[in-house]
Design a protein around this ligand. Structure first.
Ligand SMILES: [Zn+2]
Length: 182
């Protein structure tokens, strides 16, 4: 495998291994249409010798608020809050890791959010787009590298027009307009 894991404790390494195999299993039978080149990129990252992706521990923030994760180039930083609490399951990490892998495979924010929410349930730790995410979607004209978003219906489709996911209703997104059409 070409994920190079650095700086984590044993429980965190196990959570990463479980998450990685969840992602690999779903890649074998994707829960939604996935463009072929994205599949190939993800398979290469998980299974081929190249590219090598560094996955490093970003720390716990020392009391300051951190993101769950961030990525740049071929490097992913996972922060303490991405990991399940002591005794919790390992599943919470999988959608976070998957989201960053989509970015590594050159996905934009809309791609990462769409496939994260199509592949993982909220119970598994997927998080629907936040108001900040919606701001990014809008600035990027509701497009990603592989998908586009119809903001009124919240449907995300790939460029072959196949449905990937429908985002849940976001009340902070001018939602009153839809609730009370005038
Ligand atoms: Zn992202």
């Amino acid at each position: 495998m070409a994920l190079r894991i650095r700086g984590f404790n044993g429980a965190q390494r196990r959570a990463i291994a479980v998450s990685r195999s969840m992602i690999a299993r779903r890649l074998g039978e994707p829960p939604c249409p996935v463009p072929r080149d994205l599949c190939e990129e993800l398979e290469a990252i998980l299974s081929a010798r190249r590219p090598v992706v560094d996955v490093a521990y970003g720390g716990d923030g020392d009391g300051r608020r951190t993101p769950y994760a961030r990525s740049a180039g071929y490097r992913i930083l996972l922060y303490g809050r991405a990991f399940p609490p002591r005794g919790g399951g390992a599943a919470r990490l999988a959608p976070i890791l998957f989201h960053e892998l989509i970015h590594i495979a050159r996905g934009w924010e809309l791609d990462a959010e769409a496939f994260e929410n199509a592949w993982f349930t909220p119970q598994e730790g997927a998080r629907p787009p936040t108001p900040e995410d919606w701001t990014i979607f809008k600035a990027q004209r509701y497009r990603g590298w592989w998908v586009r978003l119809q903001p009124r219906t919240r449907r995300v489709t790939d460029y072959a027009d196949r449905l990937v996911v429908t985002f849940p209703f976001s009340p902070s997104k001018g939602g009153a307009r839809w609730q009370n059409p005038r």
